[in-house]
Design a protein around this ligand. Structure first.
Ligand code: AMP
Ligand code: ZN
Length: 117
């Protein structure tokens, strides 16, 4: 399958691994937007949040189990987990992934959605 993240999981494209288990792979984002910016992905190819259904939703739980372990290992108590679903939300790689960003105090409000008025 011609999927960037499937190739990263297979080791065909290099990545800086943060965590791996049977179901989940995590690596550093190549263009970090915060001091900590990890991507956490299920090994199973799922296009996006819209592709989650009763047959595969268990891996989403595995992603969040991994996230808690990764945060602990990085000594990070506060962080944000972001999923962009669809082009208008900014999704560019269509293999379900969760951005884990932290290491900085973050604001929350309309500005964080690019809203200026
Ligand atoms: P999204 O825009 O939510 O689809 O997120 C895709 C993310 O993948 C972006 O933050 C990119 O910086 C990141 N990315 C793209 N290619 C690579 C790569 N080869 N290694 C690590 N991260 C990547
Ligand atoms: Zn994939």
């Amino acid at each position: 399958m011609d999927c960037l993240f499937c190739k990263i999981i297979a080791g065909e494209i290099p990545s800086t691994k943060v965590y791996e288990d049977e179901y989940v792979y995590s690596f550093k984002d190549i263009a970090p937007i915060a001091p900590v910016h990890n991507l956490i992905i299920p090994k199973q190819h799922i296009c996006c949040a819209n592709g989650v259904d009763e047959s595969n939703s268990a891996v989403v739980g595995k992603v969040f189990e991994a996230a808690a372990k990764i945060a602990k290992a990085e000594g990070m108590e506060s962080y944000r987990i972001i999923n962009n679903c669809g082009e208008d939300a900014g999704q560019t790689v269509f293999h379900l992934h969760f951005h884990m960003v932290g290491g900085v105090k973050m604001g929350w409000g309309p500005e964080s959605l690019g809203k200026t008025e």
